[in-house]
Design a protein around this ligand. Structure first.
Ligand code: ATP
Ligand code: MG
Length: 334
């Protein structure tokens, strides 16, 4: 895979009446093309600061003190505001956290999505509307022509979040930064939207930086997890590496607080060298239990009593929709 974003030793501060407060203290990070990278860490660890620094949208009192950010062959830190604006909405799309404040209440959905379409590309009005309808459809919104005429308050929270995804996709970005994109929504809607975002970005080869404080969400969605603690990256790895073999003390505590992090031990039956069956998995089960956002544990069964055989010389295809447990199954077998 190819690296899309490289962050090196990034330091960022916020100015406060009590003096500068460090929020990022030397962050190193890479985002590969076409992959989902999840940034996890507890509240205040610097996740949003990192996301905002990447997209050039730190609050007025925030600033990058030192370090480097490259995007493709561009050096982002040091880019003028005008050139940064040109990147946002084209090569980098943002899915903000709160759809209620991110959409303009007095303008139709159609106007807002079409505006994102024409922001960086000249198109006649009718073509922009047609493209807007297409984007809404891609984002999983039913009856796009009707939605184009509606106002944000006429849509459910989940639908508004999908509109924001449509807007983020409008410029055909290489990277989407999603800062807790669904934390305001209930669990089932959240899952459907993350499924959809994952499917879309995988299909189009878009990289995603997914900011979440939910280790379960990160483990289920991401190719790589980056764990932050007090402004530093304390661990990077695949979900299996981070969850099953955390090397950093902070991550170990995070994972230790998730007691259901186990799989059944005897899921693989031993097979004899002469047997035509190379591998037999019986009742393969994988459950993650994570400390949830509201203090109570959330449990996630990624693989639920799956049995299959792989015969010598044969190819076994695992087919299923996004989030159905294909990757977790493959990792368990490995
Ligand atoms: P959360 O999970 O609560 O969203 P986070 O990991 O996104 O947390 P940040 O918002 O990046 O954390 O905050 C990192 C640090 O910077 C914290 O100590 C926070 O208090 C501080 N901070 C964030 N925004 C500002 C601001 N506008 N002014 C001053 N300090 C800030
Ligand atoms: Mg945040």
């Amino acid at each position: 895979t190819e690296r899309l974003v490289v962050v090196r030793q990034l330091h960022a501060d916020y100015d406060t009446p009590r003096g500068p407060v460090p929020a990022l203290r030397g962050v190193d990070l890479q985002i590969q093309r076409g992959e989902i990278t999840a940034v996890v860490g507890e509240s205040g660890s610097g996740k949003s600061t990192l996301a905002h620094a990447l997209i050039g949208l730190l609050p007025a009192n925030g600033r990058i003190v030192s370090g480097a950010i490259s995007f493709g062959d561009l050096d982002l830190h040091g880019l003028s505001e005008r050139r940064f604006r040109a990147l946002r909405g084209t090569r980098i799309g943002l899915v903000p956290q709160d759809p209620t404040v991110s959409l303009n209440p007095v303008r139709t959905i159609g106007d807002q999505v079409a505006e994102a379409v024409t922001a960086h590309r000249r198109l006649p009005r009718a073509s922009a509307r047609a493209r807007a309808a297409e984007l809404l459809e891609q984002a999983g919104i039913d009856r796009p022509p009707l939605r184009l005429r509606q106002y944000p308050h006429e849509l459910s929270g989940g639908m508004r979040q999908r509109v924001l995804i449509a807007i983020a996709l409008a410029g055909d970005p290489d990277l989407i930064i999603a800062d807790e994109p669904t934390s305001a929504l209930d669990a089932t809607v959240q899952k459907r939207i993350l499924d959809h975002l994952e499917e879309l970005t995988r299909a189009q080869g878009i990289s995603v930086l997914l900011v979440t404080h939910d280790l379960g969400v990160a483990a289920e969605r991401a190719d790589r997890i980056v764990v932050m603690n007090q402004g530093r990256v304390v661990e990077t790895g695949t979900p299996a590496e981070v969850l099953e073999n955390p090397t950093d003390a902070y991550t170990r505590r995070l994972v230790a607080a998730a007691p259901g992090l186990t799989w059944n031990e005897d899921y693989r039956e031993p097979v004899s060298p002469e047997s035509p069956v190379l591998l037999r998995a019986t009742d393969l089960t994988r459950t993650f239990r994570m400390p949830g956002t509201t203090g109570k544990n959330t449990e996630l069964t990624a693989v639920d009593r799956v049995s299959f055989e792989i015969r010598r010389g044969e190819t076994l295809a695992l087919v299923g929709e996004s989030g159905s447990g294909k990757s977790t199954t493959a990792k368990l077998v490995l």
